[in-house]
Design a binder for this molecule. Structure first.
Ligand code: SF4
Length: 398
């Protein structure tokens, strides 16, 4: 017997023009019973896209397309709410640059506020986390704390640390860079469930038109899915989307942890999937562990700490792509690169001060003890990281 309150809709889009995207979003919302029960007249409604980093192309599947957010904002307005879009991109990324490249400036011109949380002017605020798994308080902004309802609007992507990044992980963009860094250090799974516990998003709408497989969340391969997935239960929405991506629900630790905290439903016997059947739309996304960057010598040892956060992860992958273009990858032969915080006992056998680079401020703490050359920065810049990888200490704090 299905629990009718836990509905997830899966709708195919019929094209990429705005009216067709809006039609799919409207149908997805209608299949889950509309939004008048969660959006009351006068509500300030924060719509949170995934604008984690500047993509090479806005429909590369790495970021939420503006059409989905616009359709949601129109639905919110029809329900009497006052929508606004807000985001803070990954550490080291200029959110305004992402807003511009992803054409969200169009929405500003149409009168929909699009707010870069990190730029000056936003008042900081604290949010209490009840029964925390990691932190009792989150650093956010007043405009986030004052929202009457939050709608998370992720894309469908693989992630090198958490298998997938969907509705729950998308909410990390609503906390400060300091919290983001600490969460990677202390535990991203518990950190994300603390965020969901505090922010309580009332609706998830996944922009599954284009996603990313492989080296997600930024350097993945674009995969066209042509889907919108929606639910008022963020855990159930993530569970269904991860099944569509070819995972088992329990492969995704954030989903398991959130369900065990009572933040939503992950039991497929209690989730009513409306619209398309999962089996008819499922595509196995390539895992990030299944992708190697062509040309990287097998003798190059890239050692990630599980505490390394998006800033350093993106920098290192982006640097390897740059080095590939410049035919520099051969210089990595026999080198060790340690990224993120490592204890001395975790230094791999074979690494020596001569062949080891410590990438980023977290790893550089081992530099003082003479374990290798340091690339300073949080995250370090690309050119400094290249210098470090090919033999020089480099960088400055950012
Ligand atoms: S140095 Fe790198 S891993 Fe450490 S907090 Fe900064 S960006 Fe994250």
């Amino acid at each position: 017997m299905k629990n009718p309150e836990v509905a997830v809709s899966v709708v195919r889009t019929k094209g990429n023009d705005y009216p067709l995207i809006k039609e799919a979003v409207d149908e997805a919302l209608s299949l889950i019973g509309g939004i008048s029960d969660i959006i009351r007249p006068g509500y300030k409604v924060l719509v949170k896209p995934n604008l984690v980093a500047t993509p090479t192309e806005r429909l590369s599947g790495g970021v939420t397309r503006w059409e989905v957010c616009k359709a949601i904002c129109e639905a919110v307005t029809e329900a009497g709410g006052k929508p606004f879009i807000a985001e803070s991109s990954a550490i080291g990324v200029d959110t305004e640059d992402v807003i511009f490249v992803c054409e969200y400036s169009k929405l500003r011109e149409e009168g929909i506020p699009v707010i870069d949380l990190k730029s000056g002017g936003q008042q900081p605020a604290k949010l209490k986390v009840e029964n925390p798994a990691l932190v009792s308080e989150l650093d956010t902004w007043q405009i986030v704390a004052d929202a009457d309802a939050i709608i998370t609007v992720p894309v469908m992507k693989t992630h090198d640390q958490t298998e997938v990044t969907l509705g729950m992980k998308n909410c990390k963009g609503l906390i400060s860079d300091t919290n983001k860094k600490n969460f990677h250090f202390l535990g991203v799974v518990d950190g994300v469930t603390d965020i969901i516990s505090a922010l309580k998003p009332v609706l998830t709408v996944i922009d599954g038109t284009f996603g990313q497989q492989g080296l997600g969340p930024i350097f993945g391969e674009t995969i066209e899915m042509g889907l919108i997935v929606a639910s008022k239960d963020v855990v159930a929405c993530d569970a269904v989307a991860s099944l569509i991506m070819g995972y088992e629900v329990d492969d995704v630790k954030i989903t398991v942890a959130a369900a065990s905290r009572g933040l939503g439903e992950k039991d497929m016997d209690r989730i009513d999937v409306k619209g398309e059947k999962i089996d008819d739309v499922r595509v196995r996304f390539k895992r990030s562990s299944e992708v190697a960057i062509e040309g990287v010598p097998p003798s190059f040892n890239l050692v990630w700490s599980d505490k390394a956060c998006t800033g350093c992860r993106n920098t290192v992958i982006s640097v390897l792509m740059d080095m590939k273009k410049e035919n520099l990858l051969g210089l990595l032969d026999g080198q060790y690169a340690l990224v993120g915080h490592h204890a001395e006992s975790e230094i791999p056998i074979g690494a020596s001060p001569e062949n080891t680079v410590l990438v980023g401020r977290c790893a550089a703490s081992l530099g003082a003890a003479g374990y290798g050359r340091c690339v300073i920065g949080c995250p370090p810049g690309n050119s400094d990281t290249i210098k470090g990888l090919i033999g020089e200490s480099a960088g400055k704090e950012r």
